[in-house]
Design a binder for this molecule. Structure first.
Ligand SMILES: Nc1ncnc2c1ncn2[C@@H]1O[C@H](COP(=O)(O)OP(=O)(O)O)[C@@H](O)[C@H]1O
Ligand SMILES: [Mg+2]
Length: 209
């Protein structure tokens, strides 16, 4: 039986990486086989593309280059790692996926959504996540957490206005697909955020055995 594909989305500092580790732990305890991975990245080639995408040592990039590199990394990751794991019955937890392209390159940078839809159809066919946890919070709070975490990457140095557009795009997608998205109010302290995540997760486990 195919495993479940669960993605973790939201702006910087929402707690995606913190909570994906918590979810992996809960699923292990529930006896599930788990693959924990991230985008851009997840394979040697895709991680090399990630270096290009996040580097501040390179000159600024054309926004189409950024979008195409994201999908190049995704094609490699999806076909060599995610789909084989799902087929083998694993629950795949991915820290960011295609929603991030819609939110950052679409909402944030202003690339036409039709272009992103075309790449999604090309690279993924009809493969979509089963569930998406969206960590929603004010960019001001998220960025101050990300700042404390350490050195900022190329995206993390964007303006509050950019992150407001990214956040709005994420919320718009979530409102249009309530079956897939689970919106986590990520402004709270870690235990409260974790409690929301675990409640959603327990229902998903119950439903899928
Ligand atoms: N609920 C929370 N409240 C305050 N700080 C948090 C919370 N969750 C995570 N953090 C811390 O904030 C930083 C960003 O969290 P992280 O999980 O890396 O977010 P993301 O992966 O969404 O950018 C990390 O240093 C993390 O330890
Ligand atoms: Mg993270």
């Amino acid at each position: 039986m195919r495993g479940l594909f669960i993605t973790f989305e939201g702006i910087e500092g929402g707690g995606k990486t913190t909570q994906i580790n918590n979810v992996a732990k809960q699923l292990h305890l529930a006896g599930k086989q788990v693959l924990l991975t991230r985008e851009p990245g997840g394979t040697l080639i895709s991680e090399a593309i990630r270096q290009i995408l996040l580097s501040k040592d390179l000159p600024p990039m054309q926004q189409d280059t950024e979008l195409l590199l994201m999908f190049a990394a995704r094609a490699e990751h999806l076909h060599t790692k995610i789909l084989p794991a799902l087929k083998a019955g694993a629950w795949v937890l991915c820290d960011r996926f295609t929603d991030a392209s819609y939110a950052y390159q679409g909402g944030g940078r202003g690339i036409a959504i039709e272009r992103i839809e075309a790449l999604e159809a090309w690279v993924q066919g009809d493969c979509r996540p089963d569930y998406t946890f969206l960590f929603d919070l004010e960019p001001k709070i998220g960025l101050s957490r990300a700042e404390k975490r350490g050195e900022m990457d190329r995206f993390e140095e964007e303006t509050i206005n950019f992150f407001n557009r990214v956040r709005a795009k994420y919320l718009e997608m979530a409102q249009h697909d309530v079956n897939r998205y689970r919106i986590v109010d990520a402004q709270y302290e870690r235990p409260q955020v974790q409690q929301q995540v675990n409640q959603f997760l327990n229902k998903i486990i119950e439903q899928h055995g």
